[in-house]
Design a protein around this ligand. Sequence first.
Ligand code: ZN
Length: 135
Amino acid sequence: MNILKIDHLGIAVNSIEEGKNFWTDVLGLKFEGSETVDAQKVTTAFFPVGESEVELLESTSPDGPVAKFIEKKGQGIQHVAFRVDNIESALEELKEKGIRLIDEKPRLGAGGAKIAFLHPKATQGVLVELCERSS
Ligand code: ZN
């Protein structure tokens, strides 16, 4: 598997509208717009930081994964995403190594990326996302 960089940090927030001023006005990051991913019941907002991004995550439904995360742990870092050059082969390699996966096959994430999550039980509690982007 070839990990290219940290693609983004996913941060769970109650409200992007209320939370985004810190990232823009205080830290001076640029707000690149938001996007709702219905399949994951989440709206995401991106703030590029050099080669990586901060991704704010707001649940669109009380039973979505981000809502459940906030219920259990409160707002904060929800996942770390690594950019890979070939997500299918990365998942194959992890399966061969016996790593427990949430997604055996990639699915479509925000920005048209192919994404897949590893199970936190396999990663000392960190929700790890792999993502592959064509750009
Ligand atoms: Zn993500």
